[in-house]
Design a protein around this ligand. Structure first.
Ligand SMILES: Nc1ncnc2c1ncn2[C@@H]1O[C@H](COP(=O)(O)OP(=O)(O)OP(=O)(O)O)[C@@H](O)[C@H]1O
Ligand SMILES: [Mg+2]
Length: 247
């Protein structure tokens, strides 16, 4: 098993980053005839904001589901620091330190903010307030989550992910359906999380947002990594533009 990693490092196909937190190597996942993830290799640097972008159906959420243990890969390996987490059940992966949010909100609207947070972890009011402060959500714990705006509910989900002990925060389209003001706020929130030592893996469609916030961008297309690089290089890449806009 170890040799796979060695081969990958010397072959040049897999750019091993010394400082990587998560490594995803040659991962494949098909649903019937659909190759959702088709041999993906990438790494996420420790204490970075790394964005996973690509057209609809590129395989982004499937990668998140594989990383978080909701979907088992057909092939490949995933490592979090020195531990291999490939195929582990979701709760083990959560315990290992991957904390995620979902593309569609999973907030319980008829429950209080406190109870929504307690789903993640048994925590004190102080810990919960501190998690809310990290996402700039200054609301009472007793408030019903349904009284929050949609954007604030998305922030609550991030607070829930932050509250859990984690090494990696994986956020699936946190800005989707969120108003421009909270969208701007989210940039500051993510930067603040990074400053506190967090590593963020982000799925995002808003290019302006991605280019503004990311240390590294990974472009997926049809289940494969099309490009990987700094935002300023990705934004002017011909192949990337073609993948998005067509030739
Ligand atoms: N559980 C599933 N069963 C069957 N097909 C699936 C399943 N999950 C994903 N797919 C298919 O795999 C491909 C990748 O889907 P995925 O949701 O990962 O894309 P995505 O990049 O997150 O897209 P979007 O930007 O629209 O959220 C799509 O063709 C999708 O229809
Ligand atoms: Mg998706």
């Amino acid at each position: 098993m170890l040799s796979l990693w060695k081969v990958s490092k010397t072959s040049g196909v897999f750019e091993h980053t010394k400082n990587s937190l998560l490594e995803f190597f040659s991962v494949c996942k098909s649903f019937g005839g659909v190759k959702a993830v088709d041999g993906c290799t990438f790494s996420v640097g420790n204490n970075t904001i790394t964005s996973l972008i690509g057209p609809n159906g590129a395989g982004k959420t499937t990668i998140f589901n594989i990383i978080s243990g909701l979907t088992k890969p057909d092939y490949g390996k995933i490592k979090l620091l020195d531990s291999e987490i490939t195929g582990l059940p979701a709760y083990k992966i959560a315990q290992a330190g991957i904390s995620r949010t979902f593309q569609l909100t999973k907030v319980f609207r008829n429950m209080t903010i406190r109870d929504n947070l307690l789903i993640a972890k048994k925590a004190s009011d102080g810990e919960m307030k501190s998690a809310l402060a990290r996402v700039h959500l200054h609301k009472p714990l007793d408030m019903a989550a349904g009284e929050l705006s949609y954007g604030q509910q998305r922030l609550l989900e991030i607070a829930r992910a932050v509250l859990r002990e984690h090494k990696l925060l994986a956020l699936d389209e946190p800005t989707a359906g969120v108003n421009p003001q909270i969208r701007q706020e989210l940039k500051a929130i993510l930067r603040g999380l990074k400053e506190k030592g967090n590593t963020v893996l982000l799925i995002e469609h808003d290019m302006e947002f991605v280019m503004n916030i990311s240390d590294e961008v990974i472009v997926l297309n049809e289940g494969r990594v099309l490009k990987r690089g700094k935002p300023q290089d990705i934004v002017k890449d011909k192949e990337v533009l073609e993948a998005y806009l067509g030739k």
